[in-house]
Design a protein around this ligand. Sequence first.
Ligand code: NAP
Length: 281
Amino acid sequence: MVLVTGASGKTGRAIVAQLAKRDVAVRAWVRRQSIALEGASELFIGDMQDAEDWSRACVNIKKIYHICPNMHPEEVNIGRLAIQSAKQAGVEHFVYHSVLHPQTREMAHHWHKLLVEEMILASGLPFTILQPAPYMQNLQPQWETIKNEGVLRLPYSINSAISLVDLNDVAEAAVTVIGSNQYIFGTFELTGTPPLTQQEVSNILGATINRTIQFEEIALDNWEANNKTLSDFARQTLLAMFRYYDQFGLAGNSISLRSILGRTPTSLANFFSTTNHQSMC
Ligand SMILES: NC(=O)c1ccc[n+]([C@@H]2O[C@H](COP(=O)([O-])OP(=O)(O)OC[C@H]3O[C@@H](n4cnc5c(N)ncnc54)[C@H](OP(=O)(O)O)[C@@H]3O)[C@@H](O)[C@H]2O)c1
């Protein structure tokens, strides 16, 4: 039985579904009773900030795939509870869903993951750390605009070069890693593409739907004004991420993902044209 935290989120659902495909029993940690989760053998309802919930979640668990909720201000404390509970339960493989380049202090959600990674290294637990690039799926909410208006709008420069990865590749790699001891004590970047400028992303999108796609940079003031419903932490962290992307991009290498998958990772063109062709056309 594998405990998967953050199971009802974007990442968790993809990983639980892949585990189910391989007939792995999953205890899926969700926050709310009302969630239906395809592929989970058991639902565990609890709050990841609660130490007692962690102890209960880890009963009879030998493997944990820990996904912290996105943009959570308490990621380090949640990581500490996860590690302590895993040790108490005698967990034999602790996999942490980190992020590409956690060493970036400017982006709190990256930096907090580095602090969790540091605790994992010192914990004595048999671990694997996975560091995924931004998902290709993050572009999905824009598809109607791209298709109808021929415009890709993002809050950073057209020249920002960012590596991407298909979340389905990440889930496939995650399930391979949790199913094998050969990845223990390894830290692996999960990157699918070379760094792509937003002009290149626009060109790939355009080729997929057979029309010219213009890129428009959203001013940060406008983005902020349109995202008032986010928590202050999430809004400030995302703004810091956009500034970082604008200045440095986010460049990763795909060798480790290729090795884990045993095939070439999904390209952005393939992702658009196969997975989502119906939504794009
Ligand atoms: N998106 C990317 O491109 C990307 C790339 C690399 C790494 N990552 C990392 O992947 C991780 C997961 O991101 P995601 O976008 O998949 O997350 P997500 O969709 O925001 O899902 C988070 C889940 O956690 C649940 N949750 C929130 N607070 C909780 C709590 N206190 N106790 C228990 N459950 C709680 C939420 O439940 P509710 O449904 O009840 O709110 C939600 O289902 C993040 O750490 C992120 O940094 C993301």
